[in-house]
Design a protein around this ligand. Structure first.
Ligand SMILES: Cc1cc2nc3c(=O)[nH]c(=O)nc-3n(C[C@H](O)[C@H](O)[C@H](O)COP(=O)(O)OP(=O)(O)OC[C@H]3O[C@@H](n4cnc5c(N)ncnc54)[C@H](O)[C@@H]3O)c2cc1C
Length: 469
């Protein structure tokens, strides 16, 4: 890759340390915190995509249901307002991971995933949510020869399972998006939409309010206790007494002890450029405006915004010892400098283009890379977590699973092995940090050795912990 160290500080100097999507002039005003006792049939904890979809779908199923949503900070402030906005149909963090773990039900999972994405599109229309939703698909690009071969295998699997996949050679992929680093590509036309994630979340929040959901921001739940027939959620200035609870709290300090072993917070970092001029955009092409991801073990994901900026993120997933989550970790200058270097290497024609925003966010990572579910307190609490960086679309499916579990009914969703099984737990520290560090190092090494996996990665593959992009 090209390096242009002399230009980096200048290109990043003006970058605001805020997530671009949340930094919009018409962001909604805060809603007041809870300061009394609330009564609810269903209390939802968490104002990210998982919680918002759960509250909204609960009202769609039963408009009379008494639903309260409590959010510890602001709606969408966490992963939901910081992500790439790739709204994928995949419920399994990609087809490769799904085939590896749930081969017996992959056809059902793919169908349910496509239906879920269609339903998201319908909801965006129905609730008139302006979030730049577009079904522009995804372009997987190979920048090393071994990745070209992998793409051919993925294309075959996608087509076998009823999806669309166009395999492109170097010339054809560069006609789509013009980078000298591309050696081949796979255009997945129907499995992914792009959205402005904050606007989608704000729109869902408005739809919840219109349906009668009561939302409280700046209301962290400290504990869930049982009192008679009620579950009581304790918050700093009030409490919620609810018949049922949906826990949709992402990577944050789990309110249920059992979840601690299954989740680690991993930071992912992102840059946003200033809007491209027509000449700059013309030098890249990108007329079909697909989301793009390269296909190493450590990979970048990137896309255009409605005003023709390029959002550029990924590659350097970082775990901090002790499963730390802290505001200061949202900024990581060494990662931003590396991301910028990779950006200019991919698009040398954009030499000098500046970045306006740089941010990081926490990913709720579990060892099987797709969400897991369960119930507690005699089935009156249902939880979901572990989307591992692909929850923008799958969180709507997850919300339906939570509501199915709370209803006590067997459905096609609750019968899935993906829903009934759990990921393998992570060990405690220091083994946790050592294991994650060794895995990161091994994946980076595999990328420089034609994808060849070392003994550690092969051992993880053997026990079902392998990560294959
Ligand atoms: C940088 C980055 C890029 C990503 N890119 C993509 C992408 O392109 N496509 C994709 O599909 N996914 C992506 N993801 C992942 C995606 O953002 C998440 O899977 C999704 O937003 C998960 O939503 P959630 O509601 O489950 O969690 P969150 O968005 O984390 O929301 C959980 C909410 O619960 C609240 N909460 C937690 N505990 C409590 C409590 N005790 N009381 C009250 N409230 C509480 C939190 O404050 C938070 O608002 C990315 C993530 C990051 C960080």
């Amino acid at each position: 890759m090209l390096t242009r160290p002399h230009q980096l500080p200048e290109a990043l100097a003006g970058a605001s340390p805020k997530p671009y999507w949340l930094d919009q002039a018409d962001a909604p005003a805060p809603m007041p915190p809870l300061d009394r006792t609330e009564h609810a049939g269903l209390a939802v904890i968490g104002g990210g995509f998982s919680g918002l979809w759960t509250a909204l779908l609960a009202k769609e199923r039963d408009p009379e249901r008494n639903v309260v949503l409590v959010e510890g900070r602001r709606i969408a402030w966490a992963g939901t307002g910081r992500n790439g906005g790739f709204c994928s149909a995949s419920l399994t963090h990609g087809l490769g991971n799904g085939l590896e773990r749930f081969a017996g039900e992959i056809q059902t999972l793919e169908r349910l995933g496509r239906e879920n994405l269609d339903q998201i599109e319908r909801a965006v229309r129905r609730y008139d949510i302006s979030c730049d939703f577009s079904r522009s698909g995804e372009l997987a690009v190979a920048t090393e020869q071994w990745q070209v071969e992998d793409l051919a295998a993925v294309a075959e699997a996608v087509i076998r399972l009823g999806g669309q996949a166009d395999l492109l050679d170097a010339a054809a992929v560069r006609q789509q998006v013009n980078s000298p680093t591309y050696l081949g590509g796979l255009w997945l036309r129907d499995g992914c939409a792009l959205v402005d994630p904050a606007r989608l979340a704000w729109g869902l929040s408005r739809a919840c309010l219109a349906a009668g959901v009561r939302i409280y921001e700046h209301t962290p739940v400290r504990a869930i206790a049982e009192r008679g027939a009620d579950l009581v959620l304790t918050t700093p200035r009030g409490e919620v007494r609810a018949k049922q609870v949906a826990l949709a709290a992402g990577a944050f300090a789990p309110l249920l002890r059992r979840l601690r072993h299954f989740l680690v917070p991993v930071y992912d970092y992102v840059l946003m450029t200033r809007p491209l001029t027509p000449a700059q955009l013309g030098s890249i092409g990108w007329r079909n405006r697909q989301g793009v991801a390269d296909t190493g073990n450590q990979f970048h994901y990137y896309r255009l915004t409605a005003d023709n900026r390029i959002m550029w993120g990924g590659y350097d997933a970082v775990y901090y010892y002790g499963s730390q989550i802290a505001a200061k970790l949202d900024q990581r200058p060494t990662t931003f400098a590396m991301l910028a270097r990779h950006f200019y290497a991919t698009f040398p024609q954009l030499d000098g283009l500046e970045f306006t925003h740089s941010w990081g966010g926490v990913i709720d990572t579990c060892s099987r890379f797709c969400a897991f579910y369960g119930t507690a307190r005699s089935g009156r609490v249902a939880y979901v977590a572990g989307y591992t960086g692909l929850g923008v679309g799958a969180s709507r499916f997850g919300a339906n699973v939570l509501l199915d579990l709370l209803s006590g009914e067997q459905t096609e969703r609750t019968r899935l092995r993906m829903v009934r099984s759990k990921p393998l737990p992570f060990p405690p520290e220091p083994a946790r940090a050592i294991g994650i560090g060794l895995t990161r190092w091994s994946l980076a090494r595999a990328d420089t050795r034609a994808g060849s996996r070392n003994a550690w990665l092969r051992a993880l593959d053997g026990i079902g912990l392998g990560f294959d992009t």
